[in-house]
Design a binder for this molecule. Sequence first.
Ligand code: SF4
Length: 582
Amino acid sequence: MVWKLKQRQQKWLEGEKGTVLKDWGGKISIALAFPNRYAVGMSNLGFQYVYCALNRFETVVCERVFYPEPEDIALIRQTPGSLLSVESQRPLLDFDLVAFSVPYENDYTNLVEMLRFAGIAARAGDRTTGQPLVAAGGVALFINPEPLADYLDFLFAGEAESLLPEFVDFLKQFENSSAPRAEILKDMAKSVKGIYVPSLYEPVFKKDGALDSIHPLAPDLPERITVRRADLLKSDPCRTSVFTANTEFSNVMLLEIGRGCGRGCRFCAAGFVYRPVRYHSAEKLLQTASFNSGTNRIGLVSAAVSDHPEIASLCSSLLDRGGSLSFSSLRADSIDSQILSALESSEHHAVAIAPEAGSQRLRRVINKNLSEEQIYRAAELLAQKGILNIKLYFMIGLPTENGDDLEAIVALAKGIRHHVLSSSRGKTRLGTVTLSVNSFVPKPFTPFQWTGFAGVVDLREKAKWIHKALARVPNIRVHFDLPKWAYVQALLSRGDRRVSFFIDKVAQENFSWTRAMRSSPLNPDFWVMRERERDEKFPWEVLDHRIERNYLWEEYGRALQEKESPECLPGGNCRKCGVCGP
Ligand code: SF4
C-alpha cells in the first residue's frame, strides 16, 4: 500500500520546477520537515528558503517531508515508518537529522505525530543511537520554544542566514563519528551560538505553579540563548525556489523584500522578535527577480511591504520589465500613487487593509498609528482605481476593549462600504467589503505578554454581536475565526514544558483538544487566561532577543494609558528597546 504514497509524491515531483536532487554519498542528510500538508508548506517562503540554503552546501543533501494528506493518514498510521521524504522517498530513519520548520503553534501536534509516523521516538529523552537528531526552527519557536522542548534534541534560535553555515560546519566534524548523541548535543550547545538544547536546561516551578527559573545544567552553557539575526545587506533575498501548481501561490515568485517591521504594533510578535527592521536593497531585489522562474508574477513579501524605503522605484522597475505584482500586506497610510499604479497595472481587484481595531481609542492602545481618515482615504483611492473589493482585518478581545469599540468596528465597516459604493456607482460591478475578525492572542515578547486571553465564551458573544449588527447590510461579509482554536494557540504560545501533557494527549492518544483539557490535572486557564505580575518570569525568556523587559513593560503601561509610541527607525542612536545596543 505504501506505493500509493510514493505515487502521490512522484506526481508532486513531476509537477515541480526547481527541485534539488542530490546524490547522498558522503553528505550529511537532512530531512526538512513541514508539520502541515504539501500545499501549505510549499506556500511558505521560509521553508522554501531553508531548503534551497541547505542544498547550497556541498556537504549536505536536504530533502522535504510533509504532514500526510488527510486521505493518507489512516494508511500511514497503520504502517509505522512509512512517512517518506519527497525527493528520494526514503524513510526518515535513514536521515542524520530531521529539522522541522514551524511557523504556527497549532501545528505542534502535527510535528509530534510526524515523529510517530516516522517510527522516531517522540520525546527526545527516549531516542537512542541510530535514530536521527530532531531539531526545529521557525518563528513560532523564536517566540516560545518551551512547549516543544521535550520533543526536540535542539532548536535553531535565529535566522537561517546567520546560523546555518556554522551549524553545518559543526555537524560535518561528526560525520561517521560514534560519539554518543548527548555528547554531540552538549558540544553543539557550547560551540554554536544560537543553538538551544532544552535537555541541558532545567525549569524550576514555584508552589503556585509559576516559573521560578530555567537554568543551565552545566557551568559553561549560556544562561540565555541569544537569538541570531541575519545581516540582510550581506545575504541574498529569499525567493521561491521550487515552483508547483499545488500551492496557494502557484505561478508566483515570492520575494522577501525586508524582515521585521518598525511600526511597533503592540500585539504583533513579529514586530519585536525580528527587530531591527531590515531591508534588501532595490538593486539586489531586482537582480534576484531577474532569475528565470518561468513566471512574471512577483509577490513582494514583508511585514509591511509599503514601508520599504525604495518601494516606488522597485515597483516601477519590476513593472517596466513586464512583471505583475502582488503585495503580502499594505498599510492604509502608505497607499500612494505609485502603489496604486502598481496595483492597477497588475490588475488587482481586491486589497486587504488592517485597521485591527474599530475605534481610534483602541488603535492608540495597540499602537496602530492609523486614523479613521487614513483608512477612509485608502478605501476611496482604491475604489477610484477600480479596486472595489476590500478586505478588512480586525481583532476582538484586545486589552481594554469595550462595547463602544465593537460598535466602532460595525461603523467603520459601514463607512468603508459607503465609500466603496459611492465610487462604484456607474461601474458594472459592485464592491464588497469583507471583514476578517480574529481573536486576539497575547503573544510572548510583546508589550501584551502580561495580559490574559479574553476567553472563548466572551469572544463568541462578541462575534455573535458583530455578526448580528452587520447581517442585513448588503455588500458586507464577515468571517470569524473559531475562538476555541485561538485558545489552543494561546496555550501553545504562552505555555511552558508542562503543556506537553496536552500535546501528547492529542498527538499520541488521538484525544480531541476538549478531551485533553478535561483530562488534565492542570487547568489550562493557568497559562491562557491569567494576567501576569510585572516580575513573573516567563518560560520564553530562555531566549534572548535583546529586547529589554523594562521597555516592553513601559510600552504596556503606555497602552493602558492609550498613548501611542513612535516608529522604530534603525540606523541612528536609538537605544530605546535594547536591540540596537552596543
Ligand atoms: S533600539 Fe530603537 S531602532 Fe533599534 S530596534 Fe529598538 S526601537 Fe528600533
